[in-house]
Write a protein that binds this ligand. Structure first.
Ligand SMILES: NC(=O)C1=CN([C@@H]2O[C@H](COP(=O)(O)OP(=O)(O)OC[C@H]3O[C@@H](n4cnc5c(N)ncnc54)[C@H](OP(=O)(O)O)[C@@H]3O)[C@@H](O)[C@H]2O)C=CC1
Ligand SMILES: O=C(O)[C@@H]1CCC=N1
Length: 342
């Protein structure tokens, strides 16, 4: 069996991450095989240790579907999920949501006001609560013991590793991650802090390679994942954490313009979204500089340059860049309750 992943504060991001991880597990056979080692046909995959896909048909093997297939022992893959919230109504919504995620959705257990109980049953804890509730949750009776020696991944904006170290035992393994909502459809961007050094008295007891593999398995299964120093985290929070909101303002505005010119709303949104996705993929997949993509579209004397100049008149670039600057500055104080506005 794999490990148990506990999400403390399972709201927008907790649901996005669990949903994405479950979707990735459902679409892969690497963790599912029958007792005799064959894979389900619908999940074509590779026999461990070979590079050739082995496709086991259910009829050839005389096996019945899913129930005969058991998770392969892989300690770096989550097979049980615990989702913690504070309100009964939220818990009920979560049960309904996870119930639609397919067979593995059933392995999500929802806990209400039982963070310590859930954390003590888990191997890895994903801290997804609000930055301002983290200290209270980590100071709950028994929480320090429940987290002792375990990997705790915090996605909280603005709460530093040094702050969190004071709220857990020295044996707790802390990592920061900054994912974003597209993790839900496995198109996320996550930045993770480099591995915490293993203190001398824990050498041999902590498997830091296993920790890295757990972290990579979670975040690379739901999008791109990159390790970056903690000093960049507030900027990454603004850029990729908040970014889907900024991108969607641009997306909505593009569609609004087309609606103004008579295009139906649904088609306008489809064209705008696919166009943004296409342009972004050219930058990512081909490595093309955005200026080159822009220049290639801009026929001399044509309509694109007319639109571009209007954007420049509206100071679109400095407005967007300043938004990242201001969001970064705001992210940097989110872990400091005294500086929060009322
Ligand atoms: N939203 C985003 O795009 C991103 C957010 N983040 C970070 O992720 C974190 C969560 O953000 P987000 O998902 O948007 O927030 P949400 O408000 O959607 O989720 C917070 C969750 O915490 C639960 N909760 C509240 N109090 C407790 C408690 N005492 N014990 C257990 N659970 C509790 C809430 O449940 P209930 O309703 O029951 O109170 C809720 O489900 C934040 O720290 C944020 O900085 C990081 C990257 C992107
Ligand atoms: O707005 C916020 O504070 C969080 C962090 C990044 C995205 N949402």
């Amino acid at each position: 069996m794999g490990y148990t992943l506990c999400v403390i504060g399972c709201g927008t991001m907790g649901v996005s991450i669990i949903s994405g991880v479950i979707a990735s597990l459902e679409s892969s056979t690497s963790h599912l095989r029958s007792p005799n080692g064959n894979y389900l046909k619908k999940w074509e995959s590779h026999t461990p240790g070979t590079s050739t896909p082995t496709i086991a048909t259910i009829s050839q093997n005389g096996e019945s579907p899913l129930s005969d297939f058991a998770p392969v022992a892989d300690p770096s893959i989550p097979t049980r999920f615990l989702a913690c919230v504070s309100r009964q109504s939220t818990a009920q919504t979560l049960r309904n949501t996870f119930g639609t995620l397919g067979p593995l959705g059933a392995s999500v257990e929802v806990f209400t006001n039982a963070n310590v109980e859930a954390a003590s049953q888990a191997n890895v804890i994903l801290l997804c609560c609000k930055p301002q509730t983290a200290q209270v949750i980590l100071n709950e009776d028994g929480m320090r013991e429940a987290l002792n020696g375990k990997l705790v991944i915090s996605i909280l904006a603005g709460v530093t590793l040094s702050q969190m170290k004071d709220w857990v035992t020295p044996e707790t393994r802390l990592v920061r991650a900054m994912p974003n909502t597209p993790c839900k459809i496995r198109e996320g961007m996550t930045v993770v802090t480099p591995a915490m050094p293993v203190p001398s008295h824990l050498q041999g007891k902590i498997d830091s390679e296993q920790e890295q593999s757990i972290i990579l398995n979670i975040f690379s299964s739901i999008g791109r994942c990159r390790f970056l120093e903690e000093k960049h985290f507030d900027t990454c929070t603004a850029l990729s954490g908040s970014g889907p909101a900024f991108a969607c303002v641009f997306l909505e505005a593009l569609a609004d313009g087309a609606v103004m010119m008579g295009l139906p709303r649904a088609e306008a949104l489809e064209l705008a979204a696919q166009t943004m996705q296409g342009a972004a993929r050219m930058a990512l997949q081909l490595g093309t500089h955005p200026a080159q993509i822009k220049d290639a579209v801009t026929t001399p004397g044509g309509c694109t340059i007319a639109g571009l100049l209007t954007l420049e008149d509206g100071r679109v670039r400095s407005t967007i860049a300043r938004a990242i600057q201001v969001a970064t500055e705001r992210a940097s104080v989110l872990g400091q309750p005294a500086k929060k506005p009322q």
